[in-house]
Write a new protein. Structure first.
Length: 277
C-alpha cells in the first residue's frame, strides 16, 4: 500500500531542507493524476469559487461546496495529504461553529487537515480546532476572503508595520500548533525572513523560492483559467489551448461524419434486424 504523506512529514521535510509541493484540486480524476505524479498535498481551496464555479471572488463558497469537492479529491488521493479550506464565515461566528465546520471537513469530506485565513484575530479558533485533534494550516499575507477590506488582491507586508504584524502572526500560529503556513503575495525578503524565523514550513504562493514549499491553483499553472492571471503564476502547460483544439477537432469530425469511426462502434448480427419493423 502507498504510504500517505502526513502532517509530521511536513515538519520533517522542513528540517531536512526538502521542498514541499502542493497544488489545489477539486475533483476525483484530477486528484488521481496529481497524486500519482507525486504531489505532497492537495488543497481543496475556496479558489474553487472562482476557477470551478465562476464567481468573481471566494466569498460565496459554502462549507457544503468545499465538502462536496473534498469528498471527490479524497477518493483520488492515495498518497497526498488532503487539506480542505475553511470558507468565508465558517470560522468567524463562534468557536463552537468553527469546530463543527472543521469537523465536517474531516468526517464528511475525508480531509486530513483544514486551512484558515488570518493571524491574531482568529487564533482562538485555530487553537480550538487543533484541540479537537484536527491539523491546521495557517494562511497569511493576501487573504482573499478579506478582499473587500483590502480593496483588491494586493501584495501584503511591504510596510514596516505590515511586515511586523505578519511575522508576529506567523509566530502566533506556530505557537498555536499549525503544521504549515501559506504565505500569499508576500515580498520575497519578508517571506524569507518568516521562513527562517519559524520552525513550521511556509508554503509560498507569490512569495518567492525561500519558502519551504510552493502551492499554485492548478488551472493557473496548466493554462486553463484566463479571467485573472496573477504575476506569480508560471504556466507549466497550455491545456486551455489544447482543450480548445481538441474540442474544435471533435466538432469538425462530428459534422463531417468522421466520428465515430468503425472502431468506435459495436457490431451485431444484422440478420436479427430483419423483420423487426
Ligand atoms: O483557495 C486557495 O486555492 C488557496 C491557495 C491559493 C493557497 O487558498
Amino acid at each position: 500500500m502507498t504510504k500517505k504523506v502526513t502532517v509530521s512529514d511536513f515538519i520533517e521535510k522542513k528540517q531536512d531542507n526538502e521542498k514541499l509541493t502542493v497544488l489545489t484540486a477539486y475533483d476525483y480524476s484530477t486528484a488521481k493524476l496529481f497524486d500519482s505524479a507525486g504531489i505532497d498535498a492537495m488543497l481543496i481551496g475556496d479558489s474553487l469559487g472562482m476557477v470551478m464555479l465562476g464567481y468573481d471572488n471566494t466569498l460565496q463558497v459554502s462549507v457544503d461546496d468545499i465538502i462536496h469537492h473534498t469528498k471527490a479529491v479524497s477518493r483520488g488521493a492515495s498518497r497526498s495529504l488532503v487539506i480542505a479550506d475553511m470558507p468565508f464565515l465558517s470560522y468567524h461566528i463562534s468557536v463552537e461553529e468553527t469546530i463543527r465546520n472543521a469537523g465536517r471537513m474531516i468526517q464528511e469530506g475525508s480531509a486530513e487537515a483544514v486551512k484558515l485565513e488570518g493571524g491574531q484575530e482568529i487564533i482562538d479558533k485555530v487553537e480550538a480546532i487543533i484541540k479537537a485533534q484536527i491539523p491546521v494550516v495557517g494562511h497569511l499575507g493576501l487573504t482573499p476572503q478579506s478582499v473587500n477590506v483590502a480593496g483588491g488582491f494586493k501584495v501584503q507586508g511591504k510596510s514596516k508595520e505590515e511586515a511586523k504584524k505578519l511575522l508576529k502572526d506567523a509566530r502566533l500560529l506556530e505557537k498555536a500548533g499549525v503544521f504549515a503556513i501559506v504565505l500569499e503575495c508576500v515580498p520575497y525578503p519578508l517571506a524569507k525572513l518568516v521562513s527562517e524565523k519559524i520552525n513550521v514550513p511556509t508554503i509560498g504562493i507569490g512569495a518567492g523560492n525561500a519558502c519551504d514549499g510552493q502551492v499554485l491553483v492548478y488551472q493557473d499553472m496548466l493554462g486553463m483559467y484566463s479571467d485573472m492571471v496573477p504575476k506569480f503564476v508560471k504556466k507549466y502547460a497550455d491545456l486551455g489551448t489544447q482543450i480548445q483544439d481538441a474540442v474544435k477537432g471533435y466538432i469538425e469530425e462530428v459534422k463531417q461524419g468522421e466520428f465515430p469511426a468503425k472502431e468506435h462502434c459495436f457490431s451485431m448480427d444484422e440478420s436479427i434486424l430483419e423483420d423487426i419493423e
